[in-house]
Design a protein around this ligand. Structure first.
Ligand code: ADP
Ligand code: MG
Length: 696
């Protein structure tokens, strides 16, 4: 039995390690930079760097890297060893403050969406002191932000930190209005639940589609899928259990509070949830978790699939972003309070989130947009593409009563009081659950459920923090001028709720009637990423993000280009993979099988004495489907050739969405039909059943 508290964080240059390894004044200076963002002097950085290097080398590290999160969706690292010449032909281990604080990677090969021309290749990585350095695979990793020579963000961390600042600033203004002078900071907290699939590695390697694109582009439905619902919370298979044990340990060493693990609904699907942390650390940790999941899986002869929809016909994988805001005094601002005063504050934050979600539905939808996630949103397993909010019966009733100006007659278990303000006292209802809502209030936090499993949680939280900050700033502007705080506060809650209550929907979001109802309410229904993304560069969005210093207009435009390009490229790679698989694997399989039948057929016919109806029928079917296959293959190839003609990125993306996806689906239909005819020994690909039930 391992000593978990000792193991936990053993690879992290944590606060505890800093306190132990750094001189007191240096530790204090560093803490000040961490908590208040003050400039870090080079002489302080030099001492920190040297202590980091000594600590890391003692744990076997030989290199360091600035670990960052470019717009590729994954993390990036370039390793430099600690080695320096000692002047006499030998080597010493060194790490300077300058190297710790700032790196200058050649950034020309990272997506920049036109922000940085290739001749201006310099990019900077800057140490993010609010996320701890750690050792991974004998490399000391320094979490960094990545920006261009002129200071424009080229990564996901920079705008995330800016959005955290925005929400901090505006939420503090509200707290001050409530007489809170103790809180110095408000932080956004996130606990991301991560879904994934595990399949056998040997089988994975036999599927070029999984290897190149992360999802199966072909595959007939297996006889058994998730119908029996026998996988959810089921006992773990020994290989899965061994994987999860090692995964937890690896994550614990890196200071990730891996907490909950279980089997999910689809066969071979699982979930991991850590304990929540500040948005910044939660984002870093989720990126790390996804990486470690893949490497640990590999060590167990497994492949971990993080794609949103690896298999058609069974549930895809999402990521649930549990989000709250809390003061540094430890008070969760989304926790219903015990006194009318606390409740008033809670209701104000709650209505602010309601307004933010309603007013900026499209931006939240965009933050969950990707080619992969288009397979989930709107299908019958994940929240629809329509944003709505679940509040639960009790809270909705309270707000409705306030709106009507009546007293709330609470249920007996939750006696209401009308206190000094006109706002009722209530306790949170922990029983309400609605798994179909894209944005659900779950007692003291919101659960944003639209995210795809492969996402960085940075984008959704950049949007969430900024839109909430924006509404809080409007509220603060109004209330700071008020000379009758209680009355104006009650009026504000009432008016805000009335104006934005259309976003609240406590019913079944998967039902068809909801689509009609949502339309009546005037809610957006941006079904695909291509429908959603243009809103990112609308005047409303540009004004919002610039107002809070989260994105400049050119940063937004560059991100839009990157998202759109990535959408087109993803589909292009998928289409090419299909073409390749058909030409090199499926067609030869069809020919081989037809040949075998034809030989038997001619043998039978030459004898004349045997019934050959089966062979006749089979050969007929396979050869007919094979001609169809040729037709659909040619159609896809021609469509891809046509796609090159478009210059404008939106037209290009629309073409992929409307034409390429169609051609791909038609090709898949024929291939999947063929799979049911062609003998397994000829078929080049492991089947859905082979993949989904491969881990025993
Ligand atoms: P469920 O599957 O029932 O929704 P899980 O336990 O799988 O719940 O995940 C809930 C996630 O929410 C965890 O990561 C947890 O740490 C996180 N969480 C709990 N409280 C908060 C909070 N106040 N703010 C942000 N995240 C929270
Ligand atoms: Mg969960």
């Amino acid at each position: 039995m391992k000593n978990i508290p000792e193991l936990f964080g053993s690879m992290v240059f944590s606060d505890e390690v800093m306190r132990e390894k750094l001189p007191k004044d240096i530790y204090r200076a560093l803490k000040k930079t961490m908590s208040q963002g003050t400039h870090l002097e080079l002489d302080v950085a030099n001492v920190v760097a040297s202590a980091m290097k000594d600590w890391a080398s003692a744990k076997g590290a030989t290199h360091f890297t600035h670990w960052f999160q470019p717009m590729t969706g994954t993390t990036a690292e370039k390793h430099d060893s600690f080695i320096e010449p000692d002047g006499g032909g030998g080597a010493i281990m060194a790490f300077s403050g300058k190297a710790l604080i700032k790196g200058e990677p050649d950034a020309s090969s990272f997506p920049s969406g036109g922000l940085r021309a290739t001749f201006e290749a310099r990019g900077y990585t800057v140490w993010d002191t609010t996320s701890y350095a750690f050792i991974k695979d004998d490399i000391l990793c320094i979490p960094t932000a990545f920006c261009s020579y002129s200071g424009e963000a080229l990564d996901k961390k920079t705008p995330l930190l800016r959005s955290m600042q925005a929400v901090d600033k505006q939420a503090l203004r509200i707290l001050r209005l409530f007489g809170n002078t103790a809180a110095q900071r408000v932080v956004a907290l996130v606990g991301p639940e991560q879904e994934y699939f595990l399949i056998d590695k040997e089988i994975f390697l036999k599927r070029p589609d999984l290897v190149y694109t992360g999802r199966t582009l072909f595959g007939a439905r297996p006889p058994k899928g998730q119908e029996l619902e026998d996988h959810y919370f089921g006992s773990l298979k020994p290989r899965v259990s061994a994987f999860m044990k090692e995964l937890d340990e690896e994550l614990w060493k890196l200071g990730v509070y891996a907490k909950t693990r279980h089997n999910e609904v689809a066969p071979a699907q699982h979930e991991l949830a850590p304990i929540y942390a500040t948005t910044n650390i939660a984002t870093d940790h989720n990126q790390l978790a996804m990486e470690i999941m893949k490497t640990v899986a590999d060590r167990h002869g497994l492949a971990c699939l993080l794609h949103e929809k690896p298999f058609a016909g069974v549930n895809g994988s999402g990521k649930h972003n549990n989000w709250s805001i809390a003061a540094d005094t430890g008070v969760n601002l989304l926790e219903p309070g015990k006194t009318p005063h606390e409740n008033a504050q809670f209701l104000l934050f709650l209505t602010a989130v309601i307004k933010a979600v309603d007013q900026y539905q499209d931006l939240l939808r965009i933050s969950a947009a990707s080619a992969g996630n288009d397979h989930r949103l709107g299908a019958n397993e994940a929240p629809p593409a329509i944003i709505s909010m679940f509040l639960g019966e009790e809270l909705t009733e309270i707000l409705e009563t306030l709106e009507a100006g009546a007293d709330y007659k609470g249920k007996e278990r939750n006696q209401m009081e009308i206190g000094v303000t006109v706002l009722p006292h209530f306790s949170k209802d922990t029983t309400d659950r609605n798994r179909t809502s894209p944005f659900a209030f779950t007692g003291n936090k919101f659960e944003f459920r639209m995210l795809g499993s492969s996402f960085s949680v940075a984008e959704p939280n950049i949007v969430l923090n900024t839109v909430v900050a924006d509404i809080l700033s409007q509220i603060a502007d109004r209330l700071e001028k008020s000379d009758n705080f209680n009355a104006d506060l009650a009026g504000l809650i009432k008016d805000t709720f009335r104006a934005h209550k259309r976003i609240i929907f406590n019913g079944n979001n998967y039902a068809d009637e909801w689509v009609t109802e949502a339309k009546k309410r005037g809610l957006s229904n941006l079904r695909t990423s291509v429908d959603a993304l243009p809103e990112f560069i609308s005047p409303k969005s540009i004004e919002l993000f610039s107002r809070h210093g989260v994105f400049t207009e050119s940063e937004l435009r560059s991100r839009y280009e990157i998202f759109m390009e990535s959408y087109c490229k993803t589909l292009h790679i998928e289409a090419l993979t299909m073409v390749d698989m058909v030409k090199n694997g499926i067609i030869p399989a069809c020919i081989g099988y037809q040949n075998e039948i034809a030989e038997l057929l001619s043998l039978k016919k030459s004898c004349g004495a045997y019934d050959a109806s089966l062979e006749d029928h089979l050969l007929g079917s396979v050869s007919k489907l094979s001609s169809c296959l040729l037709g659909k293959l040619t159609a896809l190839e021609n469509t891809l050739l046509e796609s090159k003609a478009d210059a404008d990125i939106l037209t290009h993306a629309v073409f992929y969405r409307d034409r390429v996806i169609n051609a791909m689906s038609e090709l898949r239909l024929i291939v999947d039909e063929l799979e049911t005819f062609v003998a397994k020994k000829y078929w080049p690909l492991p089947s859905y059943a082979d993949m989904l039930f491969s881990v025993i």
